[in-house]
Ligand binder design. Sequence first.
Ligand SMILES: Cc1ncc(C[n+]2csc(CCOP(=O)(O)OP(=O)(O)O)c2C)c(N)n1
Ligand SMILES: [Mg+2]
Length: 295
Amino acid sequence: MTHHTASAEELEALARHARWLVLSTVADAGAGHIGGPLSQMDLLLALYFNHLRIDPSDPHRDDRDRFVLSKGHTAIGLYTVLALRGYFDPAELATFDHGDSRLQGHPDMRMLPGIDASTGSLGQGLSVAVGMALGARLQQRDFHTWVLLGDGEIEEGMVWEAAYAASRYGLDNVTAIVDRNGLQQYGWPAGASDRFDRRDPWAGKDVGAIFRGFGWDVIDIDGHDHAEIDRALETACGARGSAGRPTVILAETVKGKGVSFTEGTYRWHNGIATADQLAAARAELGQPETVGVAR
Ligand SMILES: Cc1ncc(C[n+]2csc(CCOP(=O)(O)OP(=O)(O)O)c2C)c(N)n1
Ligand SMILES: [Mg+2]
């Protein structure tokens, strides 16, 4: 299981390509999410290219790191990263959301090797990850479990039961990442202090203090800054077996990041780009006409 090392420039090129694949694949399928897959993209690329101990040619091996996409609706963002990392041919993205496809609208671990948990009903992934981390301890395995949550998603009570349990059992082999894009599906109308066009689900609340209160270590980062992401992932995982506390990375992001008309608006939680919008996005992302899904 070699550690793949992509430079910041390579990650940026991958991110432009992957963001184009998300937008064009969803447009081609006629359904799917945009904002969340784009906000989480830099985090997932850093994980899959530089930090997860995985082997795309042997996706089931016992000692692999586990990854749970708790915000399962952003599956297309994970599929693009898995394809670019070599789990399957990117051409298969054209089957996204078809009835007989391995690439369902929400991830299905029974269909696609590389998916460690079936998700989509929000709020459950941290509990799944805590179970995996406890399992690793029982089996005396040193794999690390990573879980990505949405900032709307963590309004769910079950998340906080899992947060309690992770710290109760001193699980330093699990790391949660929260994609703090400040938007959920609809949310409340924005107030004066909001960053975007709807109220941040955690406006006026100190999410870091809440996690700390549950006994977690907290790292705040800019979720689009490759150097900060890299340091945070290294720190969280470097604590493997020593700190006795779980770590959460609170990643400040922009929903719809990378495409001007999707950035910072709840309306692009999901959506189908028109031909004109696709052309504009392709130009912004610097993708040649020969790349990816055409329409
Ligand atoms: C239990 C549950 N309730 C509602 C939904 C419908 N739903 C899908 S995405 C979403 C908003 C999620 O917002 P957030 O967690 O912030 O994700 P992101 O902004 O990254 O897309 C909702 C309510 C769901 N999938 N599961
Ligand atoms: Mg959100």
